[in-house]
Design a protein around this ligand. Sequence first.
Ligand code: SF4
Length: 327
Amino acid sequence: MIGEDAVLQVAELRTTFFDRGKPREAVRGVSFSVRRGEILGLIGESGSGKTVTGLSILRLLPEHAKMEAESIRFEQHELAGMPDSQFAALRGTELAMIFQDPVGSFNPVKTIGWHLRHAMARRQDSNAISAKTWQTDPLLLLDEMRIHTPERILDAYPHQLSGGMLQRVLIGMVLALRPRLIVADEPTTNLDNLVERQILDLIRHHQRRLGLSVLFITHDLTIARDLCDRIAVMYAGEIVEMGPASAVLDDPQHPYAASLLRTARSLEQHEATLFELPGEPGQDARQRSGCRFAARCPSVMSPCQIDDPPLVRVSPQHHTRCLLHVQ
Ligand code: SF4
């Protein structure tokens, strides 16, 4: 049953890709919830399964992938097993996604004004609103996205805008849909530092103002610390640690989460010898028995090679998947 304050509750999500018929597991047994009005950060190295998790929830996987789940509860809807036609009515209205590269979200032969009007028309209750608000008027919306020359932007085509400007417009389009949940996949990765800060401020401002729930996918721990209320750390397709952002980032319990933080700290402090986690989280980790992190873990023990660690509670809201914490 969905928790009272959860907008999204995912149970036992599993996604497999098929490479010439050969299965390649990307995500295994992932369970988490996104609460009303919170930003849940999904973090991990590239290939950890965080983006695939977001794409799986929104049914945006390529054809050679298969997603299964015990349950994906979104508000009053059960998404697992919902017919595509029914799901299509939710995606792009109540469930929305902000991609890393905004270009793919725009039709290159249509103006920005056309895109904003199109997004506004998708709102289910748009006919019921007569007063102009920033979510129903393209000019006011661009102003809300802190774009200083909205009239000029309305007539522009996507290729005429910078990446940062296009990402602001995309965020505006998504907010005009008034979604209940946004999945944001590394939305600032290709932007310079100043523009990145501005976009993150914009997301936080509107998230708080509208009480939005956001699943924020990132590999950047500084962003996760600044933006997220809770964090789930993924490794080789599994969640290995989950809890309040301060608990996970200040007192990580899983050796992988601790290594990620040590690497980030080493970079931030410009240490002469950067700490680097040895090895890579390749497909091998997903095929081995026992703990998937064992080949890279500085605390590995003999049972780690055999036993699959369960996700255990280390404090009321903080969980980790490590045999060091199993009584
Ligand atoms: S279960 Fe063992 S190998 Fe896995 S993270 Fe814990 S100590 Fe390391």
